[in-house]
Design a protein around this ligand. Sequence first.
Ligand code: CKP
Ligand code: MG
Length: 310
Amino acid sequence: MTDLLTLGETMAAFRTTGPLRLGGTAGISVAGSESNVAIGLARLGHQAAWVGVTGADEPGELVRRTLRAEGVDLTWSRVDATAPTGLILFENRVADINRVTYHRSGSAGSRLGPADVTRAFDAPGPPPRLLHVTGITCALGVEPYQAVVEAVRRARAAGGTICLDVNHRNRLWSVAEAAAALRPLLPSIDLVIASDDELAVLTDATDPAPALLSAGVTEVVVKHGAGGATSHSANGTIHCPARTVPVVDTVGAGDAFVAGLLSGWLDGVDAPTRLDRAVTTGAFAVATRGDWEGLPDRAELALLDHGPGG
Ligand code: CKP
Ligand code: MG
């Protein structure tokens, strides 16, 4: 049974330790918000499936091999031989500040469409317990946006829980474009995750969380970076401070946070425990270079409480 189904674009990622224009060596890995979440859940023992499209090229093989190795189900992903796998370049500039460059326009990943989602939902067996969608997939074009719309519609009809991470990327679209695409989805969304500066994408209200709850969202989880995170629901507001770890690389921290939160949801733990797991998985991500490489497995979750010998 699929615990989590998610859809999006995953790219080959090149990471330099300094300015790209100076040349030198780069580490090669993969990156994509939705597959980062899938990896995070798979490491915690959940069944996670990623729906996406890669090119028939070596970067695409790297993406597929990596996701398979991490235990992510690729049954409903596919290869499109007529477009290249997207690339993302991370240049480490100052401390944890990275410059990100995308080469994803016209990529295979942006060929994702509603038919991909239909295949996943038409498969025999119970529907996924959770659907996770992000603003990034919606920003990739009309077809990927329609894929998200279809996934939300099918998950809703099947009684699944739906999570939306705003994940605003101003290099892909404007706040106004994101608002026009994401706000109509809200009546079908159970769980909204956003950093505090992303809430304006979803509502014009001066107090966004209550406004989103009245729009039908069950829980609104707001990330405050080093300030921790807050959950708002009909049961009230809960705050969880961030865990103090050395900050090496913040890219992927949001996805790690989502993975922890959704893992807690799948385990049926209460809201404070979910939030604690989310800030814990987020801390693992910021303390390690790479988007998902440092994500914990089950046994490691307690490391930050007790240390390696605890
Ligand atoms: O919000 P996060 O820093 O957790 O997201 C990072 C990911 O998908 C990264 O893997 C990158 O490929 C992306 O967001 C993106 O498309 O920007
Ligand atoms: Mg994010």
